[in-house]
Design a binder for this molecule. Structure first.
Ligand code: T46
Length: 132
């Protein structure tokens, strides 16, 4: 799933760096929602679900974590996210879990939908049925 990684252009100057995210340019969808998770202990796993329709772009803007993506068709890959200029795309109907958080990790997520609990698939067998 190498095509899931997006490298963002780093701009800025001697004062420091800057990354700009623009919907349908370097973010490959309409951005309806941004949220971020932080203060997660290193032994905790977050996510552990899929979405029926939502696409997400995950970026660690500080610290790092690992993200495991599973398309339910035999493709499962774990990525290390620890650079603010790299994002991982989690498409709809892809199971995602986030783990091995550094104490200072801030994981920012851009999504193409408003929050709707009904869009979540939290049971792995239900996910596999939805993929088929
Ligand atoms: C994901 C990982 C990285 C909202 O009210 N609005 C929102 O947009 C979201 C994402 C959550 N919530 C509420 C629902 C729960 O009461 O915040 C609480 C925690 O959400 P959740 O248990 O889904 O948190 P995580 O860390 O397991 O998962 C979240 C996202 O849901 C998920 O899509 O990729 O962060």
């Amino acid at each position: 799933m190498q095509d899931k990684i997006i490298n963002f252009k780093v701009m800025g100057d001697q004062r420091g760096s800057l990354i700009a995210l623009e919907e349908n340019h370097n973010v490959p969808f309409d951005v309806k929602r941004v949220f971020y998770i932080y203060g997660t202990q290193g032994n905790i796993t977050r996510g552990n679900h899929s979405h029926y329709q939502t696409k997400q772009l995950l970026i660690t803007i500080n610290g790092g974590c690992q993200v495991t993506l599973d398309d339910g068709k035999g493709n499962k890959e774990t990525y290390t996210l620890n650079k603010p200029n790299v994002g991982i795309l989690q498409d709809e109907l892809v199971w995602g879990s986030m783990h091995n958080f550094s104490h200072d990790c801030v994981l920012m997520v851009l999504a193409d939908s408003y929050y709707d609990d009904k869009d979540y698939i939290r049971d792995y067998d239900t996910f596999l049925k939805a993929v088929k």
